[in-house]
Design a protein around this ligand. Structure first.
Ligand code: UFG
Length: 332
């Protein structure tokens, strides 16, 4: 049996492909390389460059790989701020892309899919930590595009029997421990890589977006989870579906919150660098606090995240940044 990984050249996708191969699985990767990196894909995976909304291309991938029994779908845009200024880009690639994909999966009879959803589907949570059963009222188009994907899946399950697991990630940070794969976005907008780029001297300073939020130090609080732990959750979710369990949704986080100021302090400790920072106005679409209740994934999937210490997570990201100052630029 083989697993098809869509977006397997991206940040979380590449960690999952690597982990699947370490576990001896056969892996087929599809990635458009619009944001992904060919060099991030483990060389033992079979690689196709293309867009999942190109249905003839996807039919060919399934026809050439009849062993595919399950799909893991990471191939989506994921920047909150960009989605606020270009929402149609998100509804087109994320939501419409999912419809095209499900049509082909239904046609070829592959009816198991694990897909990346997000904490951004919850909007401004009423209670903390956030449970899977809490209301989903996104406050940005990115979160809305993912919530629509979840809803489309629910109806596709009822009508066509396509079983899904939606994994709602909180804030992903860190890199494979040996520093061989990591996070490389263009442009980079995420907090930790930006903090580490300042530590490397590649940027002058960090701008902290808003210090008047309703949190202990006024800066946003987020729950950080490591990509290797996320990768393991995806593999467990595939097993869960292949064991004929019903569709489900799980939060993936560490259940601990760190403010933007705390992340900066922890990065100063890990790197030993000064990391200059200044306060800046709020960025659109940022909720005060996002912390996951992730007991459900632990109980039902048997997920046991290994990285529970923010210093350890930052250390793995720092290993990657120090050994790849240009990201994948030298390898792609
Ligand atoms: N931030 C700064 N300065 C920067 C960059 C970020 O202060 O230069 C702040 C943001 O305002 C926010 C926090 O750092 O308060 C985290 O921001 P990121 O951009 O790193 O991450 P987001 O919380 O916006 O979004 C991430 C993923 C989304 C996912 C969300 C769920 O990118 O896909 O986590 O929590 F939906």
């Amino acid at each position: 049996m083989a697993v098809l990984v869509l977006g397997g050249a991206g940040y979380i996708g590449s960690h999952t492909v690597d982990r699947l191969i370490q576990k001896g699985e056969e892996v087929v990767v599809v990635d458009s390389l619009v944001t992904g990196h060919r060099a991030a894909v483990n060389s033992q995976a079979k690689f196709y460059q293309g867009d999942l909304s190109d249905q003839d291309f996807m039919r060919k991938v399934f026809a050439e790989n009849p062993a595919i029994q399950a799909v893991i779908h990471f191939a989506a845009f994921s920047l909150v701020a960009e989605s606020m200024t270009d929402p149609l880009k998100y509804f087109d690639n994320n939501t419409a892309g999912m419809i095209k994909l499900l049509e082909v999966m239904n046609e070829v009879g592959v009816k198991k899919i694990v897909f990346s959803s997000t904490a951004a589907t919850y909007g401004i949570p009423e209670t903390m930590p956030i449970k899977e059963s809490d209301p989903q009222k996104p406050i940005n188009p990115y979160g809305e595009s993912k919530l629509m994907m979840e809803k489309i899946m629910r109806w596709s399950d009822k009508a066509y029997g396509i079983k899904f697991v939606a994994l709602r990630y909180f804030n992903v940070a860190g890199a494979k421990e040996d520093g061989s794969i990591g996070e490389d976005h263009h442009p980079e907008t995420h907090l930790l890589p930006i903090v580490l780029q300042v530590a490397m001297g590649k940027r002058d300073q960090l701008k902290i977006f808003g210090d008047d939020y309703n949190t202990p130090d006024g800066t946003n609080v987020r729950d950080y989870v490591h990509p290797t732990d996320l990768a393991d959750a995806h593999i467990l979710a595939v097993k869960y579906l292949l064991a004929d369990n019903d569709s489900n949704a799980f939060n993936l986080g560490s259940s601990t919150g760190f403010s933007n100021k705390q992340i900066l302090e922890a990065a100063r400790e890990v790197t030993g660098k000064e990391i200059p920072a200044e306060m800046a106005p709020r960025r659109g679409g940022d909720p005060d606090t996002l912390i996951a209740a992730s007991d459900k994934a632990r109980e039902i999937l048997g997920w046991k995240p290994q990285f529970d210490d923010i210093h350890k997570i930052i250390q793995t990201a720092w290993n990657w940044h120090e050994t790849h100052p240009q990201g994948y630029a030298d390898q792609d």
